[in-house]
Design a binder for this molecule. Structure first.
Ligand SMILES: C[S@@+](CC[C@H](N)C(=O)[O-])C[C@H]1O[C@@H](n2cnc3c(N)ncnc32)[C@H](O)[C@@H]1O
Length: 359
């Protein structure tokens, strides 16, 4: 059902005001980021009781008065700071969240470091279904994936912080859901740095894991696994899931894909799931953990997922996105699988679709 926040429910005056704001979103974004990076916002927070002037901040931080004053004025309009009296600024609730909310920090850095310059190529990406912005972060390739572990800083840290921030929060609850079924051997497809496989081995003393990922990523995971002494329980299959020749171990009773299928187009997802269905044990269970924009409680979460889709369009591969759950479930059904359990709000934002082969 369509959420209330997706209805045309602004009056004419508010609609005009909102659309004016859109023209300046990128400028306001940069302004907020620089207020953070220069310490201006922190200074306003520290002096929030009495308030602080632009001149005082400029002297304390040794920054030109012009810049501090300009940023504080844009901060007023964004709603990060407010005027207590005369020229004395204090922090708003929004400013407080910008300073201290971890999700906001992770999202801002991801947007700025990984996506911002690349988004200049959005139109080309849309027209060509290719990641036309990828070259802006130094990669001449069709997808970002083989290059994840070799990205330059701060792009690399911002990418992994963003990816891990969300999946890390879902893992504790996901472990309980998956291990209710007592899996013995699980494939972790798109296992990345090995976090899920390692968490599974810590959660259950008997489970064996096989990570399936691209070569460069498996090398990173393997190092982490070795350092934790888990090499006898977690092994790896290096391969491209889009290749027809990919050999998956046949004796797994569970197949896990977290924040993975959203990295592919609908036709690629169909290929991946059909291939798994063909090769897996007939009684195996597939767990698809992903973020679906229609399943979010809050507008801000759905908004963030739509923003993330544009990362997939211009940076990741040009043809993937954060899906509506209906689109994913349609593909699951099309390849001869069925959803036997559908669990929302895992962690806070994820859904687990537990699937089996249709009998
Ligand atoms: C967004 S990350 C997901 C990470 C992890 N599963 C999680 O929940 O945080 C996607 C992973 O899929 C891998 N990947 C992307 N394309 C792939 C392909 N064609 N074949 C195999 N692995 C691929 C990437 O290397 C990366 O580790």
């Amino acid at each position: 059902m369509l959420k209330e926040y997706y209805r045309d429910n602004l009056d004419a005056y508010d609609a005009k005001s909102e659309i004016q704001k859109l023209s300046f979103y990128p400028m306001m974004f940069q302004s907020a980021l620089v207020m953070m990076k220069t310490g201006i916002l922190k200074e306003v927070h520290q002096k929030r009781r009495k308030g602080i002037t632009a001149k005082e901040i400029s002297e304390t931080l040794n920054l030109p008065y012009y810049g501090v004053n300009t940023l504080l004025e844009t901060g007023l309009t964004i709603g990060l700071v407010y005027l207590k009296e005369d020229d004395y600024y204090s922090i708003t609730k929004m400013g407080f969240h910008l300073l201290f909310d971890e999700a906001t920090r992770v999202n801002m850095n991801f947007t700025h470091d990984v996506c911002y310059k690349s988004l200049f190529h959005l139109e080309e990406s849309i027209r060509t279904e290719s990641a036309a912005g990828l070259k802006e972060i130094g990669i001449n390739d069709e997808t970002i994936y083989p290059h994840l572990s070799n990205l330059e800083e701060p792009i690399k840290t911002s990418w992994f912080d963003f990816d891990h921030y969300y999946s890390d929060r879902a893992f504790p609850e996901a472990l309980k859901i998956v291990f209710k079924d007592k899996p013995k051997h699980m494939l972790d497809i798109g296992g990345n740095t090995g976090k899920w496989s390692i968490a599974c081995c810590k959660h259950d003393n008997d489970v064996k894991m096989t990570i399936v990922d691209l070569g460069a990523q498996w090398n990173v995971a393997q190092e982490n696994i070795k350092n934790l002494g888990l090499a006898d329980r977690i092994n790896g299959v290096v391969g491209n899931v889009l290749s027809k020749d990919l050999k998956l171990p046949e004796n797994a009773d569970a197949i896990w894909m977290s924040q993975f299928l959203d990295c592919f187009s609908e036709s690629q997802i169909e290929h991946i799931l059909a291939n798994i269905n063909e090769k897996m044990d007939e009684n195996a269970t597939i767990y698809i953990q992903d973020l679906f924009w229609d399943r979010q409680k809050d507008f801000a979460a759905a908004y963030s997922l739509h923003g993330t889709s544009l990362y997939f369009t211009t940076v990741a591969n040009g043809n993937s996105k954060m899906y509506h759950s209906r689109d994913m479930i349609n593909i699951i059904n099309k390849v001869g699988l069925e959803v036997v359990e559908d669990i929302d709000e895992v962690g806070e934002f994820h859904t687990i679709l537990k699937c089996r082969r249709k009998k």
